[in-house]
Design a protein around this ligand. Sequence first.
Ligand SMILES: [Zn+2]
Length: 460
Amino acid sequence: MKLTIWGAARQVTGSMHLLQLKDYNILIDCGLDYEKETYQEENQYFPFDPADLDVVILTHAHIDHSGNLPTLVRMGFQGQILCTPPTADLSELLLLDSVNIFLSKQQKRSKGKNRSSGPKPLYLQKHVMDTVERFVTVGFHKQFRINDQVTLCFIPVGHLLGAAAIVLTINDEGREKKIAFTGDIGRKNYPVLVDPEVIPEVDFLVCESTYGGKFHSKLETLEQKLVQTINEACVKFPGRLIIPAFSIGRTQALVYALNQIFSKGLLPPVKIFVDSPLAEFATDVYRRHHDLLNEDAKAFYRSKGDEFDFDELSYVQDKKESMSVSNYHEPCIIISSAGMLEGGRIQDHLYYNIQNYYCTILFIGYCAKGTLGHRLLRGDPIIRLRNRDLMVYATIQQTDLLSGHGDHEDLMNTVQQQKVENTRIFLVHGEPKSMQSLSDALTEARYRVDVPEKGEVFEL
Ligand SMILES: [Zn+2]
């Protein structure tokens, strides 16, 4: 069999790996590669004919793993897309959100000019609907026979609801071979999600490396960090705490962590607004797949009720209500998207609060270079919003305690579950520096490691 790494090669986004057996072609993930400003044009074409693929298997719903599926379908892919049930539901939300982002970029660029001057959307809602129709869901831990040659098993890896490592048992012209794709690996004790499980022994492991060489801080717990920040921002002083958060995954983890804090009485009541319609839809998906949440969340549900709803919390739906949140005069916590501050309702909240000494902004995720979030984190004293220069008087803070990725130690543990003499490792999904650190550590542990370039082919 032949493995070609077509995406997330020496970079983070655009996961896409082609596994070719005799007369059967499998694509693992079909993510959007959005490292460049011109990404909509760059993702239009595939280095193979989509019509030649027999099946796609999806690790999880994040756009860098699922976001180019509608283009694949538009370009002639006819087969099924296999994934876990929550991944199907969350992918639908994220792909529809992508269409909205494409349309708003088109409008923004073409403002005042001919409408066609903005970038043409990579795909539209109808292409998302055509894609969603192809989803076939397979539960965790089931041995699912794709055909006479290939059996699939999804193993939970934390990270995001429904996220899975893909383990394939393949009869390659009479010889049994096993290959696993980790997708993104989460971390232990993450709010709401199960811990990553052990990946069974395989011959080949295609492993992510996002946090290679990096270690999460262990000095305090998430609960301690949140209690201390809310205390400073909203209890000691009558201020407000703004938390930019991705609507899917990060917001649900944060809401549950806050629910625990207030239900334990660790702080006096503070009003909390979740201002993102997408977050509310995603929360419903988490409720629908309640059986897949971790034991801690299930025990909380049995004793105290809904993990994602409590007295202090309000979900904000319409835009008018969102404006009134910006002008709410009591101390409060506002959770809104987008996480990196590029677009979304969070920009309104920043516009009205960034010059307020009694405002704290807590970043809970990574902000890519070139984003407004990145400019605030590096300490820019002035930012530009809605054509106005605004002085930054708000306090800026950051924590990695809600990062959805395991760190270097977690990645090493994942690989070291495999026998050093039997398993060949391929590193994907990481900045070159992170990949190098992980590759060095694994080589030192005597693993055979490859760091493939885009389009590199391996005969397995
Ligand atoms: Zn992910």
